[in-house]
Design a protein around this ligand. Structure first.
Ligand code: ADP
Ligand code: MG
Length: 526
């Protein structure tokens, strides 16, 4: 079913006061300093005020949060919150993003009497319980923690008038979809539903139609369009870790007008290794990934936000939605496995009309994902420096990372360094186990509540495959199963728990190490 496109008005001349927002909300907007609505705001706000369901697609950093919060606040002026029955619900894929949206909400709702509760994992239930019990107008939540509260009997979702699913394609992807389906059954059928994202793969869009009723589709730019303010470049490198780290250091040192930057790795173990390596080389850096405790996650993000640290090495937990206005650079230490993640990662820079630069480090093995990214964004990304075919020879043969492909003693494909005994990989032990896990996977604390016997509100559960089984079945053939961030399901296999004996470092005889190898071996020593 094709969704109707929103009629396009003379948006250039739109002002906030033309959109139907209440005076209180307009005053708050003025206080925020916004002078005119962004295109997604100009198009979505009147539709939301008219109680339509909306599927809103607009580039990263173009004000989608205000596009749904401002009209919500106007609609909430009618009626009052009741104990344990929130009136609106905003779902976010990560804790940090949920916390950020709460902050935005508080900023936009100054001078209004709206009660907001933030329900995210990794922090205690106590304060959250108190707020819910008192009654809130707005719940901002990650799905896992929301369901935990529900299962504890502390929360009723039957009063929800508006349901917002931000980063909607991510939330309907594997990992989250069982919880989203469940939450959608717990909220009234007659609610208004709003979906927002910068990306919307066609197969996920088909799914949105089961959750939206007669929606208006607002597409400010074709989905997956990158923000026009971001300069994108590829940087060719050899595929082994020391070459990649060296390339990264060079990029950071040579970057023009580098104020600060986020460095994305595909694996949590690499986040740790790259973080340690950069620290050792004197960079001012913090790390953020889903295996860190919540306090450390928040502290790392806050330090980066307020400029105490200049660089943040992160997994895809930081890829979606985070709005740190002045991020000047994004560095993809790895090209992401999912092309949509590229759009979101680089979208951490170039926000709200500012300029930004995104470098993606690529080696030969990235050809396929690079093709998928360029296909998705419908443009070629230029190389900064030599492309892969013209990369100068490596300074010596090294075994491929993580022992994939070749066994010890085999020759490299190109036969460089012939006659030499291949060296041991310099990214040792950690990676072997942990690296098979996709990286935005975040350990979820054991949640006994979720394994209690089935409740009556989910009678269909018996016929449905278990959560883990559903997760394992990719929706698209080219997709690796992707796990969720925050309160995700039990990981497969060893998952996020790597027994400590497997993480122990192996000391290599010094004679087999070159200087940079010695550094890497040192990095992982306990
Ligand atoms: P998105 O969700 O589209 O990625 P956000 O909602 O996080 O974007 O907003 C990105 C930035 O733009 C925020 O810093 C926000 O304060 C700013 N912003 C939003 N609306 C406006 C506006 N109308 N004028 C100026 N800045 C805006
Ligand atoms: Mg957003």
């Amino acid at each position: 079913m094709a969704l109707p496109l929103a009629p396009k008005g003379p948006l250039d001349t739109m002002s906030f006061s033309d959109l139907g927002l209440s005076q209180k909300v307009l005053d708050a907007v003025t206080a925020t300093g916004y002078t005119e609505p962004t295109p997604i705001q100009a198009q979505a706000i009147p539709e939301i005020l008219a109680r339509r369901d909306v599927l809103g697609i607009a580039q990263t950093g173009t004000g989608k949060t205000a596009a749904f919060t401002l009209p919500m606040m106007t609609l909430l002026e009618q009626g009052r919150a009741r104990a344990r029955m929130p009136r609106t619900l905003i779902l976010e894929p990560t804790r940090e993003l949920a916390a950020q949206v709460e902050e935005s909400f508080n900023k936009y709702s100054v001078g209004q009497r709206l009660d907001v509760a933030l329900l995210i994992g990794g922090v205690s239930f106590g304060d959250q319980d108190v707020k819910i019990t008192r009654g809130v107008d707005v719940l901002i939540a990650t799905p896992g923690r929301l369901l935990d509260h529900f299962e504890r009997g502390k929360l009723l979702l039957t009063g929800i008038e508006i349901l917002v699913i931000d980063e909607a394609d991510r939330m309907l992807d594997m990992g989250f979809i069982p919880d989203i389906e469940r939450i959608c059954k717990l909220v009234p059928f007659t609610r208004q539903t709003l979906f927002f994202s910068a990306t919307m793969p066609p197969e996920i869009q088909r799914l949105t139609e089961t959750f939206l009723h007669n929606p208006v589709r607002i597409e400010v730019a074709r989905q997956s369009t990158t923000a026009s303010t971001i300069t994108q470049r590829l940087v060719a490198t050899h595929g082994h870790a020391s070459a990649k780290r060296e390339t990264l250091r060079r990029l950071i040192r040579d970057a023009e007008e580098l104020k600060n930057g986020i460095i994305f790795c595909n694996r949590k173990s690499d986040v740790h290794i790259v973080y340690k390596s950069l620290s050792k080389h004197g960079f001012n850096v913090a790390a953020l990934h889903g295996d860190m405790d919540q306090r450390s996650r928040m502290a790392a993000l806050e330090a980066f936000r307020n400029g105490t640290t200049q660089l943040l090495v992160a997994s895809d937990v930081a890829a979606r939605g985070l709005d740190i206005p002045e991020v000047s650079h994004v560095f993809n230490y790895d090209a992401p496995h999912h092309a949509e993640d590229y759009v979101h990662r680089i979208g951490r820079t170039g926000r709200a009309g500012r300029k930004g630069t995104a470098y993606t480090i690529v080696s030969e093995s990235d050809a396929k994902v690079l093709g998928a990214i360029e296909h998705l964004i419908k443009s070629k990304i230029e190389f900064d420096g030599p492309d892969l075919a013209n990369l100068p020879p490596d300074d010596g043969e090294r075994r491929p990372e993580r022992g994939r492909g070749r066994e010890r003693g085999e020759r490299s494909e190109k036969g460089r360094g012939r006659g030499r005994e291949p060296r041991r990989s310099r990214e040792p032990e950690i990676v072997v186990m942990a690296d098979d896990q996709p990286d935005e996977v975040e350990a979820r604390a054991p949640r006994p509540e979720r394994t209690r016997p089935e409740r009556t509100e989910r009678p269909e559960r018996a016929e449905r495959p278990e959560r883990e089984e559903r997760r394992e079945r990719p929706r698209r053939e080219d997709r690796r199963p992707r796990d969720r961030d925050d309160d995700g399901p039990t990981p497969q296999g060893l998952g996020d728990h790597v027994p400590s004996f497997m993480l122990r470092s192996v000391k290599l005889p010094p004679k087999t190490l070159e200087p940079d190898e010695a550094e890497a071996a040192h990095e992982t020593e306990e």
